[in-house]
Design a protein around this ligand. Structure first.
Ligand code: TTP
Ligand code: MG
Length: 415
């Protein structure tokens, strides 16, 4: 089978990108430690206590959203739309059914839940880009194939997040980051939307223009004034006009609306390992095929590490035998190296015990990484882990992933 691999930095025709976003995250966390809040209208925010004068809504459960409460709203407005239960119980004329629970923001707790969710992302995908406390992009290109296998993978990951952590995630899977982001938002809460290659443009075309990644509410209004109502209208719009109205960003959202986006999912933190996996079309016990595949994987992994000026000390192979049994074997070297031949030799040796067995999938991984001095400047950028720092980084396009230029997330800074 031909390698589905790609070269770093090249366009990514075969990318499988999953965007995961937890549903009403802070409210979901509050429900975890206070199950009585499940299925109730819940608002998480600041400034709702008597005597407080201002504050804002961080998030609202979907039940509270039915009352018109939403993120970034002034808390006074939220209280008008959805009074507190405790007030409703005390005052005549207010119905307890039409009231909600309010809870203060507790970042330390939400961070601890987020870290459990991230562990699941990292277990399931080698390359994960965390973009905010509750969302991440996962590169699944080397993990699964489009089709039923991918859907099963996605359902399993959703179930794991629900069972192990206790919150629900919406997943969007598409060949590009921007389409995956739109897809995860498309069927919230508890959504799973897969947009296969070739379907991106038609998936987007009827959506409201505000659904396009990078189009915030202000831009959406301006686009509507220009007669651009849907993503399809944006895709067909005159590029020159968009560029003169919105500059670079006009060009970018035009491309996203057309399903064009060749960004690769790049991790933000220092990578912990580099790995590459590849499935055989059918499980095979042909020894030549097995070693040949192993060699290709070893070369690709070593090349990835060497491009980033990274040394490694541990080399491992992963062997998946039917039905889906995963075996890993690893060897640690006395010191860090960057040696493609050695990766191939060690991988071959570690694979030895499986030689000739029926094999579904093979993988090679290098870990225990040391970073060369040349890479330090870019590693400093990688190690930024929160959205705020990212916004200040020079990677303009990345900051827009998290913080649309219209500033619709500015409340995060406030909180
Ligand atoms: P979001 O993922 O945008 O919102 P959400 O998870 O609450 O709801 P959903 O994804 O189902 O639409 O943001 C994640 C968390 O970030 C959110 O729970 C609270 C916080 N947040 C703010 O504090 N202020 C904001 O303006 C927004 C949008 C989010
Ligand atoms: Mg969310």
């Amino acid at each position: 089978m031909a390698q589905r691999g790609r070269l770093p930095g090249s366009s990514q025709p075969d990318q499988i990108v999953c965007h995961a976003d937890i549903d009403c995250f802070y409210a979901a966390c509050e429900r975890l430690r206070e199950p009585a809040l499940v299925a109730e209208p819940v608002v998480v925010g600041m400034g709702y206590e008597p005597g407080a004068t201002n504050g804002a809504v961080a998030t609202a459960s979907y039940e509270a959203r039915e009352f018109g409460v939403e993120s970034a709203q002034a808390i006074s407005e939220a209280l008008e739309r959805l009074p507190r239960k405790i007030e409703a119980a005390k005052r005549d004329g207010l119905s307890i059914e039409e009231a909600g629970f309010y809870r203060p923001v507790d970042m330390a707790y939400y961070e601890s839940v987020a870290s459990d969710i991230r562990d699941i992302f990292h277990e399931r995908a080698d390359t994960v880009r965390e973009v905010s406390i509750d969302e991440a992009y996962l590169d699944l290109t080397d993990c699964v194939e489009w089709g039923e296998e991918l859907r099963r993978f996605a359902r399993e990951m959703k179930a794991e997040i629900a069972d192990e952590v206790g919150v629900t995630a919406s997943l969007g899977i598409a060949p590009t980051m921007s389409a995956a982001k739109v897809a995860s938002d498309h069927d919230k809460p508890d959504g799973l939307v897969v947009v296969e290659p070739g379907e991106v443009r038609s998936f987007l075309s009827d959506l409201d223009v505000s659904a396009v990644h990078g189009v915030g509410p202000v831009t959406a209004d301006e686009l509507r004034e220009m007669g651009i109502e849907t993503a399809g209208d944006l895709a067909a719009a005159d590029l020159g006009k968009l560029e003169s109205a919105f500059g670079e960003r006009g060009v970018r959202v035009h491309r996203y609306a057309r399903g064009e986006d060749d960004r690769a999912v790049e991790p933000k933190g220092k990578p912990k390992s580099f790995s590459r996996e590849s499935a055989f079309t059918e499980p095979t016990s042909a020894v030549d095929e097995q070693y040949e595949r192993l060699d290709t994987l070893a070369t690709a992994v070593a090349e990835r590490a060497s491009k980033r000026d990274v040394l490694y000390q541990t080399i491992a192979v992963k062997v998946v035998t039917p039905p889906f049994d995963v075996h890993t074997r690893a060897r640690s070297l006395p010191g860090p190296v960057a040696d493609a031949d050695l990766v191939g030799e060690v991988a071959t040796d570690l694979f030895g015990e499986f030689e000739g067995e029926s094999v579904r999938k093979l993988g090679v991984r290098v870990s225990k990484l040391s970073f060369g001095s040349e890479t330090q400047p870019s590693l400093a950028a990688w190690s930024q882990t929160d959205a705020e720092t990212d916004e200040q980084s020079s990677k303009g396009i990345d900051s827009e992933l998290t913080d649309p230029p219209d500033g619709q997330r500015s409340l995060r800074d406030f909180l």
